[in-house]
Design a protein around this ligand. Structure first.
Ligand code: MG
Length: 356
């Protein structure tokens, strides 16, 4: 029991400070720990490349020009085009997309230099920087050992990939990334961390992981509020890594909260008022839908097709469904009797007469 309390307390502390927690608190390892277990090597299957962009994709590089890219200083891109690919020019600095992006599905094809030169972090190092801040590591991790949170497809310094799916140097490889940007409160505090899913050569390597801040070398940086859209970055790490066929799809923001409650105020009805609606209601004609209204405690339920839907009262006669966009209006007579109901859901309106 004592152990459970300690664990729960530790978990609670971790949860409340997750945004600022250094690496070892979340993973059991300090960043760049060489004693960390190596992800198993999985040989990827052959892929039909390049992967063409779908119709709604924004193509950032199609092999012909760098008009959609800038240098870190905002000037023209300093990387070069070689055989339909962009090649990192050592010393030229990061390459950034001219446009900013937030939530995206991103496809990138990359290849490390051949013949391979250097070891560990010095061999085919580059990186895909989501929003210019969160790096999915690019590295020649084919028979090249390094610290696991810095190998190819790692969220750099934070999460090693689930497996090592690297192809040999010179071969084209793919990243398919689903990225959800972090959300910040108006006061600048973190609302929700970023979330990253990565497929490397078609193999899942990052499963919805949440970086605890911008990725960094030798540091654990907390989140600081930033814009909703920021340029995509490609890292110059001194190795002539190549990229091609870069496209993305901007994702809708997606629901991050519970459904918006019904704007109508909720009223309190007494037990005797609620009891008036209890009964069986039938729709006339073919099919004869039946609505059975019951009371469970002080909660009114309307059962249809074996599902009991909770009703929320907005007046003596008007109710909404708690979890579904639908309404039930009862036909309430001046003497307090209920003679029928109207059920509206998904564009259909059914009027039922009370039979019991
Ligand atoms: Mg890198």
């Amino acid at each position: 029991m004592k152990t459970s309390v300690v664990v729960l307390t530790a978990l609670a502390a971790l949860t409340s400070s997750a945004a600022l927690a250094p690496a070892q608190s979340l993973t059991g390892f300090k960043a760049h720990d060489m004693s960390r277990p190596r992800p198993p090597v999985v040989q990827p299957a052959p892929q039909a490349l390049p992967v063409p962009p779908p119709a709604d994709a924004i193509v950032l590089f199609d092999g012909t020009d760098l008009s959609g890219w800038r240098s870190a200083d905002g000037g023209p891109a300093k990387w070069v085009i070689v055989d339909g690919a962009i090649e990192s020019v050592p010393g030229s600095g990061y390459l950034f997309s001219a446009r900013g992006f937030g939530d995206v599905q991103l496809h990138v094809e990359w290849a490390t230099p051949v013949p391979a030169r250097g070891t560990s972090q010095g061999r085919g190092n580059s990186g895909v920087f989501l929003m210019g801040l969160y790096e999915v590591q690019v590295l020649d991790s084919y028979q090249n050992d390094t610290y696991p949170d810095g190998q190819a497809a790692a969220i750099y310094g934070q999460y090693p990939p689930l497996v090592n799916a690297c192809r040999p140097p010179g071969e084209w490889q793919t990243y398919d990334i689903v990225f959800r940007r972090p959300r910040f409160h108006p006061d600048g505090g973190l609302a929700t961390p970023a979330r990253v899913t990565v497929f490397h050569n078609g193999i899942l390597v990052q499963d919805g992981v949440e970086p605890w801040g911008p990725t960094a070398w030798l540091q654990a940086q907390p989140y600081t509020a930033h814009a909703d859209r920021l340029p995509l970055g490609l890292q110059d790490h001194g190795n002539p890594v190549r990229y091609r066929n870069i496209w993305l799809r901007e994702l809708p923001e997606g629901p991050t909260t519970l459904p918006t409650p019904d704007p109508r105020p909720v009223v309190n009805l007494s037990l005797s008022q609620l009891e008036r609606y209890v009964g069986r209601y039938e729709v006339e004609g073919e099919g004869r839908s039946v609505y059975t209204v019951t009371l469970k405690g002080r909660t009114l339920l309307c059962a249809i097709g074996g599902r009991a839907l909770e009703l929320v009262p907005h007046s003596e006669g008007a109710f909404s469904l708690r979890w579904t966009a639908g309404d039930v209006d009862f036909d309430l007579k001046p003497d307090g009797t209920v003679t029928g109901l109207t059920f509206r859901l998904g564009g259909d309106t059914n009027t039922a007469t009370r039979v019991e």
